[in-house]
Write a protein that binds this ligand. Structure first.
Ligand SMILES: C[S@@+](CC[C@H](N)C(=O)[O-])C[C@H]1O[C@@H](n2cnc3c(N)ncnc32)[C@H](O)[C@@H]1O
Length: 177
C-alpha cells in the first residue's frame, strides 16, 4: 500500500517543530511522502536532509493547492483518511482502510477547512479526546501496518546498532555508497 501524509494548516512562524515531527513520523512509520500545504523551504530542506542521511526514499513536497492534490489522488483511485478527534473510532475503520491501495492521511494544525470532512473517505478518531497530530499519525500508521513498519530497513549512510546500554552508530562516508 502507498501512503502519503498531507499536513494542513502549517504556520511557518509557529509550527516548525511540530510539522517537522509530522514529517519525521511519516517517514519513520512507513509513509512514502509528505505533502505540506503551503511553503516552508527551510523545513522541507531539513526533512530532505534527514531522508538523505538516514536512508529510505521518503520525499517532501510543498503544495500550493492541497485541494487539487487531494482531488487528483482520488481521481486515480486513492483514498483519503482524515484524522480528527470527532471521527469514527480507529478500531472500527482500520479493517476497511487496510484494503486500500493508496491512502492519503490528512492531519491538521488548528482548525481544518470543513470541506476535508466531505472529501475524506474516512474521518477517523484516534480516540475521541484532543491530543496531537504527531501522536495521531504515529498511532494510525502503526495500526495500519500492524507494527511491521518498525522493522523496516532504511539502508542509510547513518545506521543505529541497537544496544541495551550504549549509543552505537555507524556512519558511512558519502563515497562508500
Ligand atoms: C491540535 S489538533 C486540532 C484539534 C482541533 N480542535 C480540531 O478542530 O480538529 C491538530 C490535529 O491533530 C489531530 N488530532 C488531534 N487529536 C486527534 C484525535 N483524537 N484523533 C485523530 N486526530 C487527532 C488532527 O489531525 C488535528 O487536525
Amino acid at each position: 500500500m502507498r501512503v502519503a501524509v498531507l499536513r494542513l494548516g502549517h504556520r511557518p512562524e509557529r509550527d516548525k517543530r511540530i510539522t517537522t515531527h509530522v514529517g519525521l513520523v511519516a517517514r519513520a512509520f512507513g509513509a512514502e511522502e509528505m505533502l505540506l500545504a503551503g511553503r516552508d523551504e527551510k523545513l522541507v530542506a531539513g526533512l530532505e536532509d534527514v531522508a538523505e542521511r538516514w536512508g529510505g526514499d521518503f520525499r517532501v513536497r510543498s503544495v500550493l493547492s492541497w485541494r487539487g492534490e487531494a482531488r487528483r489522488w482520488k481521481d486515480v483511485g486513492g483514498k483519503i483518511v482524515h484524522l480528527t478527534m470527532y471521527g469514527t473510532p480507529l478500531s472500527e475503520a482500520i479493517g476497511e482502510i487496510r484494503l486500500s491501495e493508496a491512502v492519503m492521511v490528512v492531519v491538521g494544525a488548528e482548525k481544518v477547512p470543513p470541506e476535508i470532512y466531505e472529501m475524506a473517505d474516512w474521518n477517523v478518531g484516534v480516540g475521541n479526546q484532543p491530543h496531537s497530530e504527531v501522536a495521531a499519525l504515529a498511532v494510525f500508521l502503526d495500526r495500519l501496518w500492524g507494527g511491521e513498519e518498525l522493522n523496516r530497513e532504511f539502508e542509510g549512510r547513518i545506521e543505529v546498532v541497537p544496544s541495551p546500554r550504549y549509543k552505537t552508530v555507524i556512519e558511512r562516508r558519502e563515497d562508500e555508497g
